[in-house]
Design a protein around this ligand. Structure first.
Ligand code: HEM
Length: 187
């Protein structure tokens, strides 16, 4: 994944636990780099190793780290670093989720080696979305939960996200049910 992602992992760890803990995680993960370059593409194994070592050193399940990272990504990396892209993707939670593929297509213009996920979104009941997530990577579903929870905070809309099923293999769809708050429902 692009260095931007690993930099965000670094930012989240340092903000929560300090530089020393980050150095320990990096060492444990066998990452022998002084710093990540945001526009450079790194092997996915680096990101997965950072999560694995973070889990061991912070004594947190990897799923919890991925979930916290999803929220951090939306609220810190995306909202702070890419406000125009975020604004262009929609002004409500459901509109925004429906435009995620378009958002990543725009990101592709700056990050040409991007391998973006794909999301489909359907309103199954008022205030209830069925979200399908397709990726050529495995195991990132807990991060999607955190991303959607982060979007709820971003749009000040209460959300409750549950995983309906995860994908066992790359490119198989995973499904989530998203219940979201009254603020978006029609009168
Ligand atoms: C302006 C904001 C955003 C930018 C700049 C951005 C950029 C990126 C980048 C660089 C990657 C790494 C992929 C790679 O290097 O191949 C990525 C992955 C990903 N993004 Fe975004 N993204 C943004 C917003 C979002 C939001 C709001 C979501 C919410 C669902 C999201 C969901 C994901 C997921 C799930 C992945 C993991 C890749 C995978 O599943 O295969 N992104 N994004």
């Amino acid at each position: 994944m692009y260095g931007l992602v690993n930099q965000a992992v670094q930012g989240m760890v340092i903000a929560g636990f300090g530089e020393d803990v980050w150095d320990r995680i990096k060492r444990d993960a066998g990452v022998d780099l002084e710093a990540f370059i945001s526009m450079e593409s790194y092997d996915d194994s680096i990101t997965y190793s950072l999560v694995k070592s973070g889990s061991a050193i912070l004594n947190m399940p990897p799923e919890a780290i991925l979930r916290a990272f999803g929220e951090y990504w939306v609220l810190e990396t995306a909202a702070e670093g890419y406000p125009e892209l975020m604004q262009a993707a929609g002004s409500t939670l459901s509109e925004f989720i429906g435009n995620l593929d378009q958002l990543h297509s725009r990101v592709l213009m700056t990050f040409p080696e991007l391998r973006p996920p794909s999301f489909k979104c359907k309103e199954v009941n008022p205030g209830e979305l069925s979200v399908t997530y397709i990726s050529d990577r495995v195991g990132l579903e807990p991060m999607v939960v955190g991303l959607i929870e982060g979007l709820g905070k971003h749009f000040k809309t209460p959300v409750e996200v549950s995983m309906v099923n995860t994908s066992a293999e790359p490119s198989a769809p995973a499904e989530f049910l998203v219940r979201y708050g009254a603020t978006e429902r029609p009168e």
